[in-house]
Design a binder for this molecule. Structure first.
Ligand SMILES: Nc1nc2c(ncn2[C@@H]2O[C@H](COP(=O)(O)OP(=O)(O)OP(=O)(O)O)[C@@H](O)[C@H]2O)c(=O)[nH]1
Ligand SMILES: [Mg+2]
Length: 253
């Protein structure tokens, strides 16, 4: 709980037997629910989860691999059933610093934003940490996502470290959001159509022993196609002009 609001963390996991335990044990105590989504892993992920015996864990096991976006949506649905007020996402590969979670959930807890996302590109020294291709690719996709999503202030569109309010989730058409890589870009366009207030906070980029599932094809072909789809969706579902609900951006000091 934080300020009387219950907090859940969704952890999508696909073949994360090496890093999942580290991720789960790093989640701060104020988190009420940890929803792990095992996306039909073919390694020892299921066994690692079984051995964890953590009282806050809620497990969802996909029978077939559905993609990171689908895993997050399954987790969102479970957390809504659990009546969590604020629902964060932390990938199962220990690439998200648990110390940043408070900053990510805070704008949503205090109702200053409906959706808060991390921004690694504003981290001082990101250039030395993030692989070069990712750094430039991310900048390019962020520029495109500004156009497609409607949020002109978007930075680090590929960051999956996020928090959303249950109220905003109930208003989204979750079944229409792209289920694989490209989910973080597509959800922004969906959020824009419901006038959700966006906040972005600087988070630490972490690159260590994890294996990425993103191929060049995904980055340069698949995600741009998802962006095109997003753009069409947003234009078709223009938000009603309600001034008090217009998107805002909150910076972290
Ligand atoms: N690769 C992959 N990851 C999935 C899938 N379903 C869930 N995930 C999880 O989604 C999270 C992000 O996946 P990554 O491939 O590491 O992508 P990323 O961390 O956004 O990008 P990198 O910076 O390249 O590591 C991890 O926790 C995965 O375990 C899937 O179908 N494929
Ligand atoms: Mg990763």
């Amino acid at each position: 709980m934080l300020d009387g609001k219950s907090i859940a963390v969704v952890v999508p996991a696909y073949n994360e037997s090496l890093l999942l335990k580290k991720t789960i044990s790093s989640i701060p105590d104020y988190v009420d629910y940890i929803c792990i989504v095992n996306d039909a892993s073919t390694d020892e992920t299921a066994k690692v989860i079984e051995q964890m015996h953590h009282p806050k864990i809620n497990l969802i096991s996909h029978g077939q691999n559905q993609g990171v976006g689908a895993a997050i949506i399954s987790g969102y649905r479970r957390c809504m059933q659990l009546q969590a007020d604020v629902i964060a996402v932390m990938a199962g590969d220990a690439q998200m610093d648990p110390h940043d979670l408070h900053a990510i959930v805070s704008p949503v807890v205090s109702d200053l934003a409906d959706y808060c996302k991390g921004d690694r590109l504003s981290w001082k020294g990101v250039f030395k940490v993030m692989p070069l291709l990712r750094f430039f690719g991310n900048h390019a996709l962020s520029l495109l996502t500004r156009i497609t999503s409607g949020y002109l202030e978007v930075r680090d569109s590929q960051c999956g470290y996020t928090a959303i309010s249950r109220h905003a989730l109930t208003r989204l058409r979750l079944e229409r959001i792209y289920a694989r890589y490209g989910f973080p870009n597509d959800i922004l366009a969906h959020l824009f159509t419901i006038n959700a207030r966006l906040s972005q906070v600087t988070v630490r980029p972490i690159y260590a022993t994890e294996k990425s599932g993103i191929s060049l094809y995904t980055a340069f072909i698949r995600v741009p196609l998802v962006l095109l789809r997003s753009y069409v969706f947003r234009l078709k579902h223009r938000p009603a002009k309600v001034k008090s609900l217009s998107p805002t951006s909150i910076e972290r000091a």
